[in-house]
Design a protein around this ligand. Sequence first.
Ligand SMILES: CC(=O)SCCNC(=O)CCNC(=O)[C@H](O)C(C)(C)COP(=O)(O)OP(=O)(O)OC[C@H]1O[C@@H](n2cnc3c(N)ncnc32)[C@H](O)[C@@H]1OP(=O)(O)O
Length: 204
Amino acid sequence: MYIYGASGHGRVIIDLIESFEKIHGIFDDNPEKQEILGYPVLGAIPNHFIFKSSLFIAIGDNATRRRIALDLEDRVRFANIIHDSAIFSKRAYLGSGCVVMEGAIVKVNSTLGDQVIVNTGASIDHDCNIGDYVHIAPQATLCGGINVGEGSLIGANAIILPGVQIGKWCTVGAGSIVHQDIPDGHKWIGNKVMPQPVPMVVGK
Ligand SMILES: CC(=O)SCCNC(=O)CCNC(=O)[C@H](O)C(C)(C)COP(=O)(O)OP(=O)(O)OC[C@H]1O[C@@H](n2cnc3c(N)ncnc32)[C@H](O)[C@@H]1OP(=O)(O)O
């Protein structure tokens, strides 16, 4: 597997996979990144680089992960990573480029889109629909029947009550309790939605 991204999330992914997966190379556009956890960083991906295995985009920022995935989707297959300690229902589904980290749970009839991060100990209960480029942060709890739109961040330890619909490119603050639907592009902090939307990601 190749890895794109040599910052914090890159370290997490290397640490997660290196015991069972050969790392063929690590890329990062930032020339100052020369080394990560003892592995050399090869710089940006050259234009005509031929990948001999799949790639994982190890970038936590949802909009950046989306941009890179759209740039590279015609050139390489994206890997999925599900840690051994995660519980991923045999009746749950996922796209490509996703990671389900240590102790996370994805239950029956739930679906992850592409490039989704289900971080450490997060719990996605039955019949949830998680859009592309979403990040469910550590220990967040999604009850049953929740939709999370493309690009949204569910902060650490947030709780989303059953059936809530969260729009695209929303942010839910750490530790929040979300009891109502959130429109596209809005931020929710604590127990209420903020009045002003944030700019949505459009185009490539
Ligand atoms: C492995 C990992 O690290 S994965 C990383 C996962 N990331 C997270 O879980 C972080 C999620 N992000 C947050 O919780 C952020 O604080 C946000 C997005 C909710 C708010 O960010 P900003 O819009 O920059 O707001 P800002 O920091 O200016 O705070 C605005 C107000 O909300 C308060 N506030 C910020 N976050 C929270 C929160 N989670 N809960 C309650 N209040 C909060 C601030 O104290 C401030 O209050 P004030 O106006 O009375 O001073």
